[in-house]
Design a protein around this ligand. Structure first.
Ligand code: FES
Ligand code: FES
Length: 162
């Protein structure tokens, strides 16, 4: 067992868990935070996306012990205009991917603000350029939605950035 001290949604949490426990399992099964979803458990779907110091990560690929000094934010700790925008634009159907989509979108907006380019960004990136729908689709392409609510997701993100 390893003693792991995590900071999650602004609170200090202490766990005694085997060192191989993923951050996703630590959140869901040990800290009672089931909002972060397990889809593939191998880094392919984005359902488990959380923020670590504001950066989006796949919690299924992270060991909890590696994140001891980081500020973790899960959907339970999110209060962002994107949430209402998703409702307004039907950015979900079953909702299984939604917490990951929203955490990912928050991280993505921060990346864009920092000037981090995507695969479809012009080279060099135009300063202060708004996110186009093409950019939103590319930057959110790591988050799979089996219900196919992609158009609503793009509209919701676009509403918030414009
Ligand atoms: S559950 Fe982590 S990427 Fe699919
Ligand atoms: S809303 Fe069902 S998987 Fe995305």
């Amino acid at each position: 067992m390893a003693e792991v001290r995590l900071r999650v949604n602004g609170a200090d949490r202490r766990l005694d868990i085997p060192p191989q426990v993923s951050l996703l399992d630590a959140l869901r099964e040990h800290l009672g935070l089931p909002g972060t979803k397990k889809g593939c458990d191998q880094g392919a779907c984005g359902a488990c996306t959380v923020l670590a110091d504001g950066e989006r990560i796949n919690a299924c690929l992270a060991l909890a012990v590696q994140y001891a000094d980081r500020e973790i934010t899960t959907i339970e700790g999110v209060d962002h205009p994107l949430q209402e925008a998703f409702v307004r634009h039907d950015g979900f159907q079953c909702g299984y991917c939604t917490s990951g989509q929203i955490c990912s979108a928050i991280g993505m907006l921060a990346e864009h603000k920092e000037g981090i380019p995507s695969a479809v960004t012009e080279d060099p990136p135009a300063e202060g350029e708004e996110l186009t729908d093409e950019e939103i689709r590319e930057r959110m392409s790591g988050n799979i939605c089996r219900c196919g609510a992609y158009n609503g997701v793009v509209e919701a993100v676009a509403e918030v950035v414009r």
